[in-house]
Ligand binder design. Structure first.
Ligand code: ADP
Ligand code: MG
Length: 614
């Protein structure tokens, strides 16, 4: 018999285990920041170079470690945070598995310097791929400095799969934000490639939110405070009128640990239900304090899901807390929340009407104005595209059928009379009918096509933007009065990284002091009167919904800009605009689907229509 099982060498076992804890630079950031907080630090500095690919360093002024502990801290399952199994049910620290440092040291070059308060000298340890290269006394400030260089140096496959600096930095900023938002009493600083991205002084929870998201959040949020026997909820929620199209500014923490929970999200959305239009998402940042015995703490360090013992009560309390906060701060003036007892979670009475926030629509907005100076040549460009007017052919069926009768009927149904048709130019298509300011319907030889107007315009702009990014420049409209836009540090960093691309797309942006850009022009195709809103929309798209798609950087930027400048569902179009939209769409390389695979055009054949009258 041949035995084939053997134990893996430590170095291999360590690398495998490390893979679970460290997926990307941001995982290292999370672990090191958490250790700094567990060490009782009052000030923590995070320094990264090349989005953490060449350096991640965390310097804290916490309790530091003795010589022996410094060496021990790199052993797997070495922790000072729990001693026995029952401690698992009363964890107050972030770490407890004793795995992070061992994992990081297995796949990087690490230099740690640490000194305990009251000691004259500290210790410096150098470890590379789990091998201790040196340990010697050193002079170093009180606390710990932990530098991680050449992440994944010994796992080239992992290193290769790291994303662009922009993407990795976004992950780092996400982790950083989650940590700093729940520790407003600690000073934090984040420095990337020698630029100070965040510098946050200790303060109140609200000051911290404003420090992270920008001054304007002062007016946008209201506090939530609910204390019960089971849980305490503290934090802030956004006023409905500042809700966004994406869910990027929603944070749940359980005992200061960031988590995701679709179930708890639902409780919040439900509380906002009648205050927000569909698909708009409010800001929230809530910490739920709960007895650790009530939750399953044995969550994997990299996972953010959580299990509660008594989910239903938590849902109810959360829902009621949000409604009360909205009511108390007069966010919902038509509802009388004062009379609601704190935990009375009765649903809204049937038939009560809450006015949704108003949405401003610029009725003069005409993206198809044929003056190329004004439109960036959208209209004029289409005329150069030969295949534009042949789009109906795409839907032609080979059978020769006399459609004349049906055509007439359809035309009258669509109320698109002869006059309308003669009013538009020769290239116009007959019978383009706008349904619910959302769909364009037109007859083709084989039946009719239905086009989603917003997606169609997004597709057109997306393809134009891609061309501009690859080989040129989108036209820009100069603003009469340039405006400045103050961005929060992470958004500022994001815009700075993509400044060239943004300018190629027709923005005219330049840095204007710390945290501020000057906007002196916007893409010609955008009729937005609010360039600041445009930039915010773009950032929101890039960070959130578009950011989550698996597209290349250029595609993401092109799409985020297309989405923030496109005409929206709900916009009424003139005949000429309808024509141009349809023509432009069918001149696209891929008129049928959006960049994320949603249909733009659908067809109904005459057979299908006829069959409905059988
Ligand atoms: P865990 O945090 O789960 O205990 P780690 O591998 O992250 O495991 O850290 C191991 C131990 O090293 C910690 O329990 C702590 O005692 C010590 N340690 C790590 N980082 C620091 C730090 N910044 N300051 C003081 N002690 C630290
Ligand atoms: Mg730890």
């Amino acid at each position: 018999m041949i035995d084939i099982i053997h134990l893996l060498p430590d170095s291999v076992a360590n690398q495998i285990a490390a893979g679970e804890v460290v997926q990307r630079p941001a995982s290292v950031v999370k672990e090191l920041l958490e250790n700094a907080i567990d060490a009782g630090s009052e000030s923590v500095i995070l320094i990264v170079k090349e989005a953490g690919k060449s350096l991640i360093q965390v310097i804290d002024n916490g309790c530091g470690m003795s010589d022996t502990d410094a060496r021990m801290s790199f052993e797997r399952h070495a922790t000072s945070k729990i001693k026995k199994a029952t401690d698992l049910f009363a964890i107050q620290t972030k770490g407890f598995r004793g795995e992070a440092l061992a994992s990081i040291a297995a796949i990087a070059h690490v230099e740690m310097k640490t000194r305990q308060m009251g000691e004259d000298l500290g210790t410096k340890i150098i470890i590379e791929g789990s091998k201790v290269k040196s340990q010697e006394p050193c002079s170093t400030p009180n606390g710990t400095s932990f530098a991680v260089k050449n992440l994944f140096f010994n796992i080239p496959a992992r290193r290769q799969f790291l994303k662009s600096d922009g993407v990795e930095m976004k992950h780092i900023i996400d982790e950083f934000q989650r940590v700093v938002l729940t520790h407003p009493n600690i000073a934090f600083e984040l420095v990337h490639n020698d630029n100070v991205v965040f510098k946050l002084s200790p303060g109140t929870a609200k000051q911290r939110i404003v420090g992270v998201f920008g001054e304007r959040y002062n007016q946008r949020i209201v506090p939530v405070a609910e204390e019960t026997d089971i849980i305490n909820i503290h934090g802030f929620i956004g006023k409905p009128e500042f809700a966004k199209k994406t869910t990027g500014e929603q944070f749940f923490f359980i005992n200061n640990r960031y988590i995701r929970s679709a179930y708890l999200n639902h409780a919040i959305n439900n509380a906002y239900r009648e205050l927000l239009p569909k698909k708009m998402h409010p800001f929230f940042l809530l910490n739920i304090e709960i007895n650790p015995a009530e939750i399953d703490i044995n969550i994997h360090p990299t996972k953010t899901e959580i299990k509660f013992r008594d989910e239903k009560s938590i849902y109810a309390i959360l829902h009621s807390a949000i409604k009360r906060a909205l009511g108390i701060f007069n966010v919902t003036p038509t509802l009388d929340f004062d009379q609601e007892a704190p935990f009375n979670i009765a649903p809204l009475e049937e038939g009560r009407f809450v006015k949704p926030p108003e949405i401003k629509v610029n009725s003069d907005y005409n993206p198809f104005d044929s003056d190329p100076k004004k439109t960036g040549g959208l209209a004029s460009k289409f005329q150069q595209k030969e295949n534009a007017s042949e789009w109906q052919e795409m839907y032609k069926i080979t059978e020769e059928v006399d459609f004349e009768d049906e055509r007439k009927q359809a035309a009258s149904l669509f109320k698109n009379n002869e006059e309308d048709m003669s009013a538009s130019n020769e290239n116009s298509f007959q019978s383009i009918f706008q349904l619910q300011n959302k769909f364009l319907i037109s007859q083709v030889k084989s039946g009719l096509v239905i086009i989603h107007q917003q997606r169609a315009h997004e597709r057109i702009l997306y393809e134009q933007n891609l061309i501009a990014l690859e080989e040129g420049q989108n036209p820009s409209q100069q603003m009469l009065f340039p405006q400045t836009i103050d961005l929060n540090p992470s958004d500022f960093e994001l815009v700075r990284t993509h400044l060239n691309e943004l300018n190629a797309l027709g923005m005219q942006l330049e840095e204007f002091g710390a945290g501020t850009f000057k906007v002196s022009g916007i893409p010609a195709q955008s009729k937005s009167e609010n360039p600041i809103q445009l930039v915010e929309d773009f950032l929101d798209q890039l960070k959130n919904s578009v950011g989550k798609l698996s597209l290349g950087t250029h595609e993401k930027i092109a799409l985020a800009m297309a989405r923030s400048t496109s005409i929206k569902t709900g916009t009424s179009l003139t005949d000429q605009e309808k024509d141009h939209l349809v023509n432009e769409l069918f001149a696209c390389q891929n008129p049928n689907y959006t960049a994320n695979g949603k249909p733009i055009v659908t067809k109904m054949s005459l057979d299908e229509i006829n069959s409905k009258f059988d």
